[in-house]
Design a protein around this ligand. Structure first.
Ligand SMILES: Nc1ncnc2c1ncn2[C@@H]1O[C@H](COP(=O)(O)OP(=O)(O)O)[C@@H](O)[C@H]1O
Ligand SMILES: [Mg+2]
Length: 355
């Protein structure tokens, strides 16, 4: 179920909540995630989320808006779809007189979490992983004595899985358990027989685009597994329809409208508020290395002892270089080609120093 682009039918309570919510007029806002910079709110049945700044620092969320848009543009330009990036819609400054007045339900939900008024960023929602997947994760990784609580915890419905290809330290049975930003380490990804090579390769290309096409350091970005919606029932072509005897039913077997779509698991990238521009030189590379060093261990690490660590690193590094070469080749300056190699070298040096 967690395999990339695996299809899952949407019979979970979550899908039902979404379907039910679509027929109601005003679904309520709920907090679905939070970090140091923002609290993120969503509505069941709606495809947007709103990130509200938790502090007075409006510029951080404005930077999120700018860098998210810039990186999304480069993903589009390079026709890169193997890591999904949420659509970045619009920004609301904290002194806007209308926004919270027009959205009283959002204001209501937000009041418990942040000081209003505050600035807001509206983006596409990454759908949570479906119920069967969530139950499986709880069964496998949650300590027995808190399993019942985990299964009943509403917050665990907002389940995105962080992909830590650079860590073999995944353990189960801890004191706390949350499926919100569940951290899945490489040893667990292997244990679940997920395609490590595909994930590592995709991360390599995504990093190359963020560094050399968007010209940013990708600081503090997150890679997560989440759901996307794809067509579950075939859409007939005009030719197919012409061959039919006349008006016949062509919808999903279940007769539930939403079942025309099913969910697939995708790798997504998000959270761009700390992303900084880099220069196309050695100083830019140093900034990118520093950013990779302080980030959570999403990226594969070099010099690992096991076969799988080596495989993840090699795929990451070779895809990174190939993608960077294609991007920088476009700039027509041969001197730039050394830069992505310096980044890879930098990650190896970091790891050597740790040994
Ligand atoms: N577009 C989205 N769709 C679904 N969940 C999201 C989305 N953006 C953020 N979240 C959730 O909210 C959390 C906090 O958002 P994030 O942008 O990481 O804020 P911060 O900058 O404070 O870390 C994320 O870790 C994720 O769980
Ligand atoms: Mg975050």
């Amino acid at each position: 179920m967690l395999s990339l682009r695996s299809q899952i039918s949407t019979t979970s309570s979550d899908a039902q909540r979404h379907t039910a919510a679509q027929s109601r007029s005003e679904p309520t806002f709920r907090k679905i995630g939070a970090g140091a910079c923002g609290a993120v709110f969503g509505q069941d049945g709606k495809s947007i989320v709103i990130k509200l700044a938790k502090t007075d620092d409006e510029l951080s969320l404005w930077n999120d808006y700018h860098k998210h848009t810039s990186i999304a543009e480069q993903f589009r330009k390079w026709e890169f779809k193997d890591v999904r990036i949420p659509e970045c819609y619009y920004f609301v400054p904290k002194d806007d007189p209308h926004y919270f007045r027009q959205n009283p339900e959002l204001a209501q939900a937000a009041r418990e979490v942040c000081h209003l008024p505050t600035s807001a960023l509206v983006t596409e929602r990454i759908l949570p992983l479906p119920k069967d997947t969530r139950i499986h994760l709880i069964e496998k990784y949650c300590a027995p004595r808190i399993k019942a609580a985990a299964l009943g915890d509403e917050a665990n419905k907002d389940c995105l899985v962080r992909v830590y290809l650079g860590s073999m330290q995944g353990k189960s049975g801890g004191m706390f358990f949350s499926l919100r930003n569940f951290k899945m380490h490489l040893n667990q990804i292997v244990d679940l027989q997920l395609d490590v090579t595909a994930m590592a390769g995709r991360m390599g290309i995504a990093m190359a685009i963020m560094h050399w096409a968007a010209k940013t350091d990708a600081r503090d970005i997150e890679f997560v597994l989440g759901s996307s919606s794809s067509k579950a029932t075939a859409q007939l072509s005009a030719q197919d329809i012409a061959r039919l005897p006349g008006p016949v039913y062509t919808g999903p077997h279940s007769y539930v409208n939403e079942d025309f779509f099913s969910r697939i698991t995708d790798l997504w990238v998000l959270d761009f508020n700390q992303v900084q521009p880099i220069t196309m030189d050695e100083a830019g590379v140093a900034k990118a290395i520093e950013a990779a060093k302080v980030n959570d261990p999403y990226l594969p690490k070099p010099l690992g002892a096991s076969q799988i660590e080596k495989q993840a690193w090699n795929t990451f590094a070779s895809n990174y270089i190939t993608a960077a070469d294609a991007i920088l080749g476009d700039e027509g300056d041969q001197n730039l080609m050394i830069l992505p190699r310096m980044f890879i070298r930098g990650l190896i040096d970091l790891q050597e120093r740790k040994k």
